[in-house]
Design a protein around this ligand. Sequence first.
Ligand code: ASP
Length: 325
Amino acid sequence: MATNGSQKKVGLAPDRLASFYGRDIVSVMQFSRDDLTYIFGVADEMRSLVKRVGATDLLKGYVLGNLFYEPSTRTSSSFIAAMERLGGSVIPIHGVQYSSVSKGESLPDTIRTLQCYADVIVLRHPEIGASAVAARYATKPVISAGDGTGEHPTQGLLDIYTIYSELGAVDGLHVAMVGDLRNGRTVHSLARLLRLYDTKMTFVAPDILQLPADLKAELEDSGRVVRETGRLQDVIADADVIYVTRVQKERFDDLRLYEAVKDYYEITPELMEQAKPRMALMHPLPRVGEIHYDVDDDPRAAYFRQMENGMYVRMALLAAVLGKV
Ligand code: ASP
């Protein structure tokens, strides 16, 4: 967001004000561990509020511009639900083919337009860095809902929040990330956030789907050991969190390569027998065969709770960037 000093709000702790109020959320790199603790505390409050009374009028009169250039089920609908449960309203632009984007309008112009009507903009876009570009042109906060194969910061936040909710802590855990680590933006945000904690990370993928070299270097430069393997067997018995991802078909230029790797892993009830009795099996969803449906009733299967958590975290973020918490 272009800075606007007049929006300063009295009453918020100055450090939290600096972190959230009026700020864009375009990468998890902008967060400190204290920021996370703070936002998770607010998310807890949002959860109990929703369970108790369903909704509040904290953001009454505020409007969210929900701009999606790529498909979405959970992220888009949880942002809408979050805004509406906070008493605000939403301009949903989901089929950009029906907007002026299809007439050739540029992203900056679309953002300039939407911010005339909205107080905060959520953007999903196929290009890495698109939300940072949007944020440069916007005078209202821009929240990334995923930019191509780059990052998905709000998903990263809800993933850490879910680890806390499932296991009570993040420090000391072994987190194994499995699947399309090259193209999966949720893993990119999660791995970056986990640097803030004392965790062991293992990346499980066939060679062509391993972490991008620059992210690997970034993790190593921050003093983390990057353990890579192609075998689930290497982590199944030791991991506290197994974070499974879909092979991102839409990112492959050569679909033969996709076909070669798409069925590389499947979490089955038999495999789960080898996992710890207390652990969390997570997935950002959608799944397309990586986790067998028979695993769903396993109490360690956390992916449906994980997507519910997304709404509480997004409620917390909307309230925070609009200076209401
Ligand atoms: N829903 C997540 C995303 O938008 C994960 C996925 O699509 O595989 O990145």
